[in-house]
Design a protein around this ligand. Structure first.
Ligand code: ADP
Ligand code: GLC
Length: 482
């Protein structure tokens, strides 16, 4: 069944990205287009978007006493045939830098208004300018969309995807009237949350279907440990909750065609990977040594990612001269300086690059032997998927999407293994997993076998696109039956 699908999100590759959310929005709509759906994506008009997208027309304007002039411009997502709808509201979105925080790292004071406007615009667009069968909102920024649709009469199906439950968009009660939403939504069954109100909770209550980005994370968020205070509600709505694994953009992440690599390689030319390792060592001013295990990390440096407890294991193995480390990331200043200190202590074995660098991320995937992702929780995770395709074996914690995508190496399960998996989020467990990688690395034939297993795995977006199609079709069918 061909459907009209309107996605709503705050990030999209290649225009605005702070994490994997952008990667997902960059590719899922295009994969849906290939299945014959009509697809549009609504995003806020950040300067980074307006500077790079040339609108073909103005789809509509919105009444907006409080938000200044608001127009919806229609263009195309670069590199695709996907319709991009840009919410041009300069008073709310024409600000430099990060989409959510000011130059000092503080949340913008009017974030509730900025993202309420996004949800309200989505509902208006679906109602009168780009009629949709399904409106699919992503993460808390788009979380009020289903509530605005409910207030407007619930005329189409709604789907909400949790990419990360730890960011919920919670605001004080006195700000709620700014949304213009009905007062009777401010209840326990609506969006009220412990005396405040929550975009995330609103989405979970008002959408027809809830998805998250891996089957394991979909189960984990039903528990107190991973439910972030919303597990009770999620259990209540469990029949509406589905885990659909994200895909990888193999047009961008393929070692055989990656223009950013010193020496592209494939499963037939594994030996060429060594040249990428050399190039990465050289560029990072590390000893140029083929035989030492080179560990890569590309990550936000936050509590979620577990690099705090991984640090001790890495430090220990660096002191012993057992491995090299190239880390690319940014975030928590305490972690940033701890990793910097590690690099200062071991300049020939450890390189730390703080910041965001797309090209270096590719070179790390191409040049490292393993990619470390020790997350406390991980809804899906993309870097382990890149690692698999690049034969850069993932060392991951058994959680969320990491558990669903990496097959644990053990001596008896070597023929099916694709990486190294540990269970407990602590230093000892990381140390052991890296120890197991080091041991296998000494046997290059065995190591190459695991590389081949990993490179053969397919996590393309086509599968996810089909799964979403089936879900939407059910939503649309049950609405017309009702
Ligand atoms: P999350 O969305 O939780 O950050 P994911 O693994 O889903 O985690 O996605 C992270 C994305 O951001 C990947 O595409 C990864 O390559 C990229 N990324 C993270 N940190 C950096 C960085 N410092 N420089 C370049 N790319 C980065
Ligand atoms: C989130 C999650 C990550 C996931 C990404 C895309 O940021 O932390 O695990 O891969 O969204 O869905």
């Amino acid at each position: 069944m061909a459907l009209r699908i309107l996605h709503v999100a705050s990030e999209i590759q290649p225009l605005v990205k702070t994490g994997g959310l952008a990667d997902a929005l960059g590719r899922l709509p295009a994969a849906q287009l290939e299945l014959g759906h009509q697809v549009a994506v609504l995003v806020p008009g950040y300067p980074a978007i307006l500077d790079r997208v040339s609108p073909v027309d103005e789809l509509m304007t919105l009444d907006s006493a409080d938000d200044g002039p608001v127009r919806v411009l229609r263009g195309q997502l670069p590199g695709t045939a996907v319709t991009l709808l840009v919410l041009d509201a300069p008073q709310r979105f024409d600000r430099p830098g990060n989409p959510y925080v000011d130059a000092e790292g503080r949340d913008w004071q009017d974030n509730h208004r900025r993202f309420a406007l996004l949800g309200r615009a989505a509902a208006e667009i679906a109602r009168r300018a780009w009629p949709a069968d399904v409106v699919h909102a992503h993460d808390w920024h788009a979380g009020l969309t289903p509530a605005y649709l409910r207030a407007a009469g619930d005329f189409c199906a709604t789907c909400f995807t949790i990419h990360n439950l730890s960011f919920q968009g919670i605001f004080d009660a006195e700000l709620y009237p700014d949304t213009g939403l009905p007062g009777d939504f401010y209840t326990l069954e609506g969006l009220e949350f412990h005396g405040r109100w929550s975009f995330m909770k609103s989405a979970l209550n008002f959408s027809d279907a809830i998805t998250t980005v891996s089957p394991t994370y979909a189960r984990e968020i039903l528990t107190t440990e991973h439910g972030m205070g919303l597990d009770g509600l999620l259990r209540h709505r469990a029949t509406r909750l589905h885990g659909i694994l994200n895909g990888v953009d193999y047009a961008t992440w393929d070692p055989a065609t990656d223009p950013l690599l010193a020496s592209p390689y494939s499963i037939e030319t594994l030996d060429r990977k060594r040249q990428n390792k050399r190039a990465l060592q050289r560029a990072s001013e590390l000893d140029e040594d083929d035989d030492i295990l080179l560990v890569g990390v590309v990550s936000r440096l936050t509590e979620q990612k577990g690099l705090d407890f991984a640090l001790g294991a890495l430090a220990d193995l660096l002191i012993k001269g057992r491995l090299q480390l190239v880390l690319l990331g940014s975030g928590d200043p305490v972690l940033e300086s701890a990793f910097n200190a590690l690099a200062n202590r071991h300049p020939d074995r450890c390189a730390v690059r703080l910041g965001y660098d797309e090209a270096l991320a590719h070179r790390i995937m191409g040049g490292a032997d393993v990619i470390l992702v020790p997350s406390r929780f991980e809804p899906c995770g993309l870097t382990q998927l890149y690692g698999l395709r690049y034969g850069t074996l993932p060392v991951v914690r058994h959680t969320g999407g990491l558990a669903d995508t990496v097959d644990r190496y053990t001596v008896s399960r070597a023929s099916a293994a694709t990486g190294f998996v540990f269970d407990t989020p602590n230093t000892t467990a990381v140390r052991r997993a890296l120890g197991s990688a080091l041991k296998l690395y000494a046997d290059s034939a065995a190591w190459q076998q695991i590389m081949r297993n990993a490179m053969r795995r397919d996590f393309g977006w086509d599968k996810a696109a089909v799964a979403y199609s089936e879900l939407y079709a059910n939503l649309v069918a049950s609405r017309s039956a009702a």
